[in-house]
Ligand binder design. Structure first.
Ligand code: GLC
Length: 439
């Protein structure tokens, strides 16, 4: 793990992630298969996915961490008996998500509260056996993804706050479970059996998105999760299934994508992201409002402009955006989330070409970013302070025009270090895109 790729984020030059491709990995002991390389290419081309955090926690309306903050696990579990999301319709979710321009869904199969959203045979604590709803949500979602041409990724928590065999870490201590002895081997077997079900019974799963490694303090009480054999199991069951792990560390051998939480690669406003940027395809996950799971008081949704800027800047950094929605306890996506999906979709239908399959920007700028296709660079002007837009590099520009309107030329002058665009006025568009053509 010594061969990490460090993007130099200082100054204006930003090293793009165009050289991520599966030919090399950050660790010599793991050689990705041809199937993985293909999935990596497809994943990176998609650029936009929707994260869904949904479980019995939605009933409490306090986010997916509610169990961590007080209830006994056995009291909390009683909610399952009342979970009847009458308005859940996987096809409606998939259609709304597809219309937004997103190309994949990452769904919480089992979060830290230990409740499984499919008909697992490894425990009764699941959507079919423990609720009056009795429907296998992952089955319905995998069918809907297939029918709507979306790829399915599954979030899978390493943490389980409700099982006595889980080797407890820093979180989720509840009085009814703390005194029990853990059984790592048993718990590991349980997880591997669950993963086997998920990767056997639900069609192609493009990614398993692990989370929770950080529950054990790597300095004080390091814990060996024995990941290599678990990763090998995933790859054996579905050779094209990517592995991502939200551990906030430098990537481990066997991982196929690198995840960043609440920050774009190279930024660290939320405090989780001190890891180096690897050569792997990158993904940043973030929320539309504040919390991942449904939280009743969390109505502070980012506006459409902010979300589109986030998506564009993430693509500019050569990464995918995994944008989260927390469905309501009745199974519907919140109305505001649906509005945002619709707005983003409208924008993506016009400008998606400047996002999908592009490479990241060769420079960093406050006013915006750029994305690239061969011979074409899309200058995304997002927050301009001036009509003069300096772009480092690009001294061999042949033409500059409004994206999609080749006749609407944009004046420019070429200097020694780059190109300056001279805009007629400071644009107020969500994203004023200038296309540069060059060699
Ligand atoms: C964190 C949280 C979790 C959430 C995840 C999404 O790890 O523990 O609740 O699912 O981030 O990135």
């Amino acid at each position: 793990m010594k061969l990490y790729f460090f993007a130099a984020l200082m100054g204006t030059l930003f090293l793009p992630s165009l050289i991520w491709a599966g030919e090399t990995t950050s660790d010599q002991t793991y050689i990705p298969s041809e199937e993985i390389k293909k999935s990596q290419r497809e994943f990176a081309a998609d650029r936009f996915g929707i994260f869904i955090h949904w479980g019995i926690y939605s009933m409490f309306g306090q986010g997916e961490w509610y169990l961590n903050y007080g209830p006994r696990a056995d009291e909390y579990a009683k909610a399952a008996k009342g979970f009847y999301p009458a308005d859940f319709n996987a096809d409606q979710w998939a259609k709304a998500i597809k219309d937004s321009g997103a190309r994949y869904i990452c769904f919480t199969s089992r979060h830290h509260d230990g409740f499984s959203m499919w008909h697992t045979r490894q425990s009764d604590y699941n959507i079919v056996d423990a609720t009056p709803f009795k429907r296998d949500v992952i089955k319905e979602l995998s069918d809907a993804c297939r029918d709507n041409d979306l790829k399915l990724h599954l979030y899978y928590s390493h943490i389980d706050w409700t099982r006595p065999d889980y080797p407890r870490g820093r979180t989720g201590h509840t009085p009814d479970l703390d005194s029990l002895n853990y059984d790592w081997k048993g718990y590991r077997r349980f997880m591997d059996n669950q993963l086997t079900e998920l990767l056997t019974n639900y069609g192609p799963i493009r990614c398993i998105w692990f989370d929770g490694w950080w529950d054990h303090d790597e300095d004080k009480t390091p814990f060996d999760w024995e990941l290599p054999s678990q990763y090998a199991l995933v790859h054996k069951l579905q050779p094209g299934c990517l592995i991502g792990n939200n551990h906030h560390q430098n990537i481990f051998p066997g991982e196929d994508i690198q995840i960043f939480e609440r920050d774009r690669p190279g930024e660290n406003t939320a405090g989780y992201s001190t890891q180096d940027i690897s050569l792997l395809p990158l993904e940043t996950c973030n929320t539309m409002n504040g919390m991942w799971g449904y939280k009743i008081v969390d109505t502070n949704y980012k506006d459409t402009r902010t979300l589109i800027h986030y998506l564009v800047r993430t693509a500019g950094q050569g990464a995918n955006l995994l944008l989260n929605i927390g469905p309501q306890p009745n199974g519907e996506l919140p109305a505001v989330a649906l509005d945002r999906l619709r707005d983003i979709g409208e924008w993506m239908r016009k400008y998606g070409e400047t996002i999908y399959s592009t490479d990241g920007s060769l420079f960093k700028a406050d006013w915006g970013t750029s994305t690239r296709l061969p011979g074409r660079t899309f200058i995304h002007i997002l927050s301009p302070q001036s009509t003069e837009i300096f772009i480092p590099g690009y001294t061999s520009v042949k033409d500059a025009f409004r994206y999609g309107i080749p006749d609407e030329k944009v004046a420019y002058t070429v200097g020694q270090d780059g190109v300056t665009l001279h805009l007629p006025s400071i644009p107020e568009d969500i994203d004023y895109i200038v296309e540069l053509s060059h060699n």
